[in-house]
Design a protein around this ligand. Structure first.
Ligand SMILES: [Ca+2]
Length: 358
């Protein structure tokens, strides 16, 4: 149980590095040898991302303003995923050194358990008489830089406070460079196989894609291979009722399976992220994996963001044509200082919100 009573104030959200005004770029970089300095950067991930697996299916609902008048108070136009089922869980998979899980504290919200990488369980409370939105429900910093699994389990004590919800995540990860660049789905770096299994025109929800450009397949086993040079990559697409499972493999690494099925459609969703790679070249492969119950579920590719390497003078090598984004925001001071969180007893790396002051 929570024992500390500390008042917390947080900035609500980190700026995203995606800019709709950013033009399509094609980045070709050479591998660069030599030592580099890691920089910590934050990635904001909405509740709609398949990086969060909500289990069991049907226990979690997509919040919306027709069900909840306070829905607009959640991030990204009022998106959140909530449950009132005891034992329902959300498994978050990410590669990085820290994470903040944001949700709401409301009068019908109760206790939830959180475990990191199968470790000890911490218990937090989402209850608040004075409702607050976009607040951190849990955070963990100074983790080893690797892939982590965090499981949030709804554990209410009473039927009057059955809910927990997730609004968005902030992932802290590391990169050698701040040169983030968008690569559109139409770039030659994306190879779609078989080509005739992928559609690019008359897409449903076309305007939800960056510059209304996307690739969609409904064929089982259809793949897209994205070749890139760089130490950090993110791939964006869609989630929704027509989307389904897909698998991801970087180079010859382990295969990871995600599920993009959601109650409602969402665009600009993070489908995969990793960082801390060597200079490359790398190939990231995504494959559509429809289930037997929905054999024509789709996989949609919107764009990728890569962090490309620079030489010792800070100049990109062999980049033509290239139009890079502004560097990510300065990583220090971090926007969510751990000193303002209450440490979980015996686990100084993990933090969670406290009950409101009496
Ligand atoms: Ca949200």
């Amino acid at each position: 149980m929570l024992r500390n009573k500390v008042s917390i104030s947080y900035k609500s959200k980190q700026e995203t590095i995606i800019s709709p005004a950013t033009t399509e770029v094609q980045v070709k970089l050479l591998a660069i040898q030599g030592s580099r300095r890691m920089t910590r950067v934050n990635i904001t991930v909405d509740n709609t991302s398949p990086l969060i697996a909500y289990l069991p299916w049907g226990a979690w609902i997509d919040g919306n303003s027709s069900q909840d008048k306070d829905a607009p108070k959640y991030s990204d136009g009022g998106t959140f995923t909530g449950t009132s089922k005891i034992g329902a869980s959300a498994k978050i998979t990410f590669r990085g050194t820290g994470i903040w899980i944001f949700g709401a504290m409301r009068c019908n919200h109760g206790l939830y358990n959180v475990s990191v990488d199968g470790g000890p369980v911490a218990t937090g409370s989402g209850f608040a008489d004075n409702e607050r939105f976009q607040v951190p429900l849990f955070s963990a910093q100074n983790l080893d830089f690797r892939t982590h699994d965090i499981i949030v389990t709804n554990s209410p004590l009473t039927s009057q406070e059955p809910f927990v919800d997730i609004d968005f995540l902030v992932i802290e990860t590391e990169t050698f460079t701040a040169n983030a660049a968008i690569v559109q789905d139409t770039d030659a770096a994306f190879k779609y196989t078989p080509a005739d299994a992928w559609a690019t025109s008359k897409l449903d929800n076309a305007t939800s894609f960056l510059h209304s450009s996307g690739h969609i397949t409904r064929q089982a086993g259809a793949t897209v291979s994205f070749g890139f040079m760089g130490d950090k990559v993110e791939v964006y697409g869609t989630t929704g009722p027509d989307n389904g499972p897909y698998q991801v493999q970087l180079d010859n690494g382990p295969v990871m399976v995600f599920n993009a099925t959601r109650e409602a459609f969402h665009g600009g969703v993070l489908l995969y992220q990793t960082s801390g790679l060597d200079a490359g070249p790398h190939v990231l492969r995504l494959e559509n994996l429809p289930s037997a119950s929905n054999p024509t579920s789709l996989l949609a590719i919107d764009h990728a963001i890569i962090n490309s390497l620079t030489n010792s003078e800070g100049q990109q090598e062999e980049s033509s044509p290239c139009s890079c984004l502004d560097p990510p925001p300065a990583s220090s001071p971090f926007p969510y200082p751990p000193a303002e969180n209450a440490p979980f007893e015996g686990h100084p790396k993990y933090h969670y919100p406290t009950e409101q002051p009496a």
